[in-house]
Design a protein around this ligand. Structure first.
Ligand SMILES: C[S@@+](CC[C@H](N)C(=O)[O-])C[C@H]1O[C@@H](n2cnc3c(N)ncnc32)[C@H](O)[C@@H]1O
Length: 229
């Protein structure tokens, strides 16, 4: 498993150019490493971020998790709120869709994951909260750029939008431009560093694979939605 985790980490860091071919989740070993390690990491990171941001999911909103993977980000955000929300996860990978369904059931969320491309996914007509965690950097640039005006437009109409990405500049060279657009629209950007105890299995894998996640880091863009009282 440590070897699979190293292979997956290298796919995210050194062989990034092939991510849009879906290489990260190709192979049972890498999928298991994602489910056991990166899923829980992303859950922790998004939980910490939404706890610190001054905004809440709009009442009665559907939470859409774009590129939901195992469902970690949507589950983290939905579980952090006080009201019940409906969660819709979308991912192009069939394995991710089935894992996300499992995650929603474990958290007793009213959630459903669907197979689809985030760029073509029809967002709900009603009030929504949209999260894209560690996903936009996997999209080809042209596709990602079509997402920016769509997300800004939804926020302008009252939806909440949360984007989370790794801090490493090489991962998201487009970040500063998106940050300017979000801030211009009244949103905010943050860089986060958390010292959170890892679940025992994740800590063991971290160590065995020669990684070091004692400090979790991420950056986020936030826009729209009501503010916390
Ligand atoms: C690094 S994972 C992040 C998963 C999840 N958001 C999380 O925080 O753990 C990126 C996910 O985006 C999905 N993805 C990449 N490109 C996509 C696309 N064009 N449409 C739908 N899903 C996509 C991948 O299949 C993968 O599950």
């Amino acid at each position: 498993m440590a070897r699979a985790l190293r292979a997956l980490s290298s796919a995210y860091v050194e062989r990034r150019s092939r991510l849009d071919e879906g290489t990260a989740l190709s192979g049972a070993g890498k999928r298991a490493a994602f489910a056991l390690f990166y899923g829980p990491m992303h859950f922790l990171i998004v939980s910490e971020i939404v706890r610190r941001l001054p905004a809440v999911i709009p009442a009665g909103a559907t939470l859409v998790d774009l590129g939901c993977g195992t469902g970690a980000a949507g589950a983290a955000w939905a579980a952090a709120g006080s009201s019940t929300v409906r969660v819709v996860g979308v991912d192009r990978h069939p394995w991710a869709v089935s894992e996300a369904g499992w995650t929603y059931r474990q958290f007793r969320l009213d959630g459903r994951a669907r197979r689809g491309d985030v760029a073509a996914f029809a967002l709900p007509r009603g009030r929504s909260a949209l999260v894209a965690a560690f996903t936009l950097n996997e999209l080809p640039e042209g596709v990602r750029e079509t997402m920016l005006p769509r997300l800004l437009d939804r926020a302008r109409h009252g939806d909440a939008v949360l984007i989370v990405e790794p801090i490493a500049k090489a991962v998201a060279p487009w970040w500063s431009r998106w940050r300017v657009e979000f801030e211009r629209a009244g949103g905010r950007s943050d860089e986060w560093r958390f010292r959170v105890p890892l679940p025992p299995l994740a800590a063991k894998l971290d160590h065995a694979a020669g990684l070091d996640h004692r400090e979790l880091t991420a950056r986020s863009l936030w826009l729209g939605g009501p503010s916390k009282p």
